[in-house]
Design a protein. Structure first.
Length: 110
């Protein structure tokens, strides 16, 4: 099971191999690959620092505990009708889920 905070669901759906540092990118690529290739992997929504925050670089201001990040997480989850502690089954992590997310977050998506 992979633990993710709200806004990281959105980040992973659009992930293109960029991030805060080499170690962070390697970790995000690993998580992204697991979700795409190991389709039985579940995602647990958590209310704070997650598996991606774990590799945030030490040489940058750690913003994973900032109030604004928590507010962003809550906003994303509200739009997706998800709550903290929800577990997303593998069937949710597919093109249909990506389209639903896009439509709820960016209504101009077609």
């Amino acid at each position: 099971m992979i633990e993710l905070r709200g806004h990281h669901i959105f980040c992973l759906l659009g992930y293109r191999g960029m991030g805060y540092s080499k170690e962070y990118v390697e970790n995000m690529t690993k998580v992204h690959t697991i979700l795409r290739e190991q389709t039985e992997t579940m995602i647990q929504i958590i209310p704070g620092p997650d598996d991606l925050c774990a590799k945030f670089p030490d040489d940058q201001p750690y913003h994973c505990l900032d109030k604004g990040v928590y507010e962003h997480d809550a906003d994303i989850l509200k739009r997706l009708a998800l709550t903290f502690s929800d577990v997303l089954p593998d069937a949710k992590w597919n093109a249909g889920f990506a389209r639903m997310l896009c439509l709820r977050i960016l209504p101009s998506c077609v």
